[in-house]
Design a protein around this ligand. Sequence first.
Ligand code: SF4
Ligand code: SF4
Length: 157
Amino acid sequence: MYNIIMERELCNKCGECCRRIPVDFGRNIMYRDGIQPLGKVFPSYLNPIEKRDNITFCTCKYLENNLCSNPDKPEICKVFPYSPLAFLPDGCGFEGEIFLKKEHLMQKIRKLKEEILDYKIRAATTGDRAEQRQLQRLIQTHQAFIDKYKSYGSSDW
Ligand code: SF4
Ligand code: SF4
């Protein structure tokens, strides 16, 4: 029996993150550590237990007594929860840590939006073409970062 996963300090070994994994098989994604691709191997771990619209809740076949018994535990499980946008079950010991990570990300995105506004004003008022091009590039880079999180609602943060 391998119990590699749940030894991280904040984990209370409830097993919930492996007991009800929300999966959209139509889009080949799961809502776990953020929105993740299912990949090739992970689907073979999953036993469906409930379906609601497009989402199928699955239990991992390697969950035993709330611990992971997978000798080849994938990297995405070793680091879970890593993303600031991880979907945590109620009562997960990482709630506080992930909340702070998400707040930090949202602050960063709000700052980028403020900078975009500033760059737009400067681009509209400067007569210098080179500066305008540079500002446009900065706007695009900032916007691309914001758009990476669009499916999580970054447009409204
Ligand atoms: S839901 Fe959180 S506390 Fe529970 S086993 Fe998973 S990581 Fe640990
Ligand atoms: S492989 Fe282990 S850590 Fe990953 S979902 Fe299954 S039981 Fe959980």
